[in-house]
Design a protein around this ligand. Structure first.
Ligand SMILES: C[S@@+](CC[C@H](N)C(=O)[O-])C[C@H]1O[C@@H](n2cnc3c(N)ncnc32)[C@H](O)[C@@H]1O
Length: 451
């Protein structure tokens, strides 16, 4: 049996991710376009790429056991990709060991010549002799076994456990969180223009209402691009957690005028779309600001149905000084590690470093100071991250109240009262921290302040 086209596509994509820092969601479609696979083979290649990328840490731990601690980094890149893919083929997709091993050996020969075929064959045969549950017991018993088995960097597991505890959750839930990070998310849609209850019956794919967001629809399967309203920008693909944060920013009641709104870090324009729809209903003017020119163009695309929004490129850190006390309502959806949305980006967790955090938290602090200065007294500032890490969330809230003198409002109460969302959150929490394993959404954080 020759190497199948779907496995060749998977190996090429895994190599590009490993060697060139490619993103699976961009590279795979490019390679699939050239390969012209049948829809079924394309789906198989997609599962191989995404599944292998998500569970790389688990498979590497098993290979270290089989090879007496030989590091995967010492192997040639194609052999690394082939072994990981074959492990996923066998252990997760339940391809027969005979077929999976023979495909891997063919692949090794095609990519690297005959020399490594014996090694690949031997390692995979050893892997196939034990059940998944037996490997699990052994890997979990290792130091950092939880991180290895659930395929996350060990530092990140420590940070996520600390975040669960700090946000009032049970840190014993960490394994459930890691499992949820390894499950591909459903597709959520936000209805920006139109009535969700009327639309749900007229759209060409089966949809349900999201459990928490009053503007959300959920698709378990299918291609949102088939929906005309999605192509027209009236409905947008957006995680339900992000929808809730945008609604929190838009609907928190305010004393006095409510006319000038700012989205300080708007790219690529997801939450700005929700804000624009709300601003249009309520006669407010929205400024959508973004530092990166390329991402400003994405905002322009996302806001095409809302021509009244002012879209501009600029550094949010300068707005406070340039436009002091000018805005009634500000959303600061801050640049962050993004470790709350690991479900979406299978390779992302391996690219984050603990050393990324201090630069980001410094930027977040500067943006918060600028937002606080740009807010008029009595205005509303909503601080959001797609990360639950303590340094990016609760530490920044403390900074906002202690150093910047902002007053925090209860975001859980506001979710209930202003958005009508009854969501299970820890008793006494003042901020909202959502979790994939608890709420089925990205781990978004939101805190609301006034000054
Ligand atoms: C978390 S993303 C925002 C996501 C967006 N609100 C949405 O819902 O689609 C953070 C954005 O902040 C931008 N950014 C980073 N530094 C900035 C700065 N100094 N001023 C303004 N925007 C900045 C990044 O380019 C990125 O687009």
């Amino acid at each position: 049996m020759n190497l199948t086209d779907s496995r060749r596509v998977a190996i090429d994509t895994l190599l590009a991710i490993d060697l060139d820092g490619a993103y699976a969601n961009l590279k795979l479609p490019e390679i699939l376009r050239e390969a012209r696979l049948s829809p079924r083979d394309a789906a198989f290649a997609t599962e191989l790429v995404y599944g292998t990328s998500r569970l790389t840490g688990r498979y590497d731990a098993i290979f270290r056991m089989i090879t007496n601690s030989r590091s995967m980094g010492d192997l040639d890149a194609p052999i690394r990709a082939i072994l990981r893919m074959a492990a996923h083929d066998m252990l997760a997709l339940k391809t027969s060991p005979h077929a999976a091993v023979s495909q891997a050996v063919d692949a090794a020969r095609e990519y690297c010549g005959p020399k490594p075929t014996g090694f690949v064959n031997g390692v995979l045969r050893t892997l196939s002799r034990r059940e998944l549950s037996e490997w699990k017991t052994d890997v979990l018993a290792e130091r950092d076994g939880l991180a290895h088995w659930y395929s996350h960097p060990a530092w990140l597991v420590r940070e996520l456990s600390a975040a669960l505890a700090a946000h009032g959750e049970d840190p014993g839930e960490i394994a459930r969180l890691l499992v949820a990070n390894n499950n591909p998310p459903q597709v959520d849609l936000a209805v920006k223009i139109g009535d969700r209850d009327a639309l749900i019956h007229h759209l060409p794919v089966p949809l349900e209402k999201t459990p928490y967001s009053p503007i959300g629809l959920r698709m378990e399967r299918g291609n949102p691009g088939r929906i005309r309203e999605v192509r027209a920008g009236k409905i947008a693909v957006q995680d339900e957690g992000s929808q809730l944060m945008a609604l929190l920013a838009a609907r928190t009641p305010i004393d006095g005028p409510d006319e000038k709104w700012l989205d300080m870090c708007a790219g690529p324009g997801g939450k700005a779309g929700v804000l624009a729809a709300e601003a249009a209903h309520r006669g407010a003017d929205l400024v959508a600001n973004e530092v990166s020119p390329h991402r400003t163009e994405l905002v322009r695309g996302a806001l095409a149905p809302f021509p009244d929004v002012t879209i501009r490129t600029g550094d949010g850190r300068e707005i406070g000084a340039a436009e002091p006390e000018s805005y009634d309502r500000i959303l600061l959806d801050a640049p962050c590690t993004g470790v709350g949305s690991l479900r979406r980006r299978p390779e992302a967790r391996w690219r984050k470093r603990p050393s990324d955090v201090p630069d980001l938290t410094a930027l977040q602090r500067d943006l918060l100071a600028s937002a606080a200065a740009a807010l008029r007294p009595g205005g509303i500032l909503t601080y959001v991250t797609c990360s639950p890490l303590v340094a990016e969330t609760l530490t920044q809230v403390r900074h906002a109240t202690k150093a910047l003198g902002l007053k925090q409002l209860s975001a859980p109460d506001l979710l209930r009262e202003a958005i009508g969302t009854d969501i299970d959150l820890p008793e006494g929490a003042q901020s909202v921290q959502l979790w994939p394993h608890r709420h089925g959404v990205d781990a978004m954080f939101g805190a609301v302040f006034t000054k």
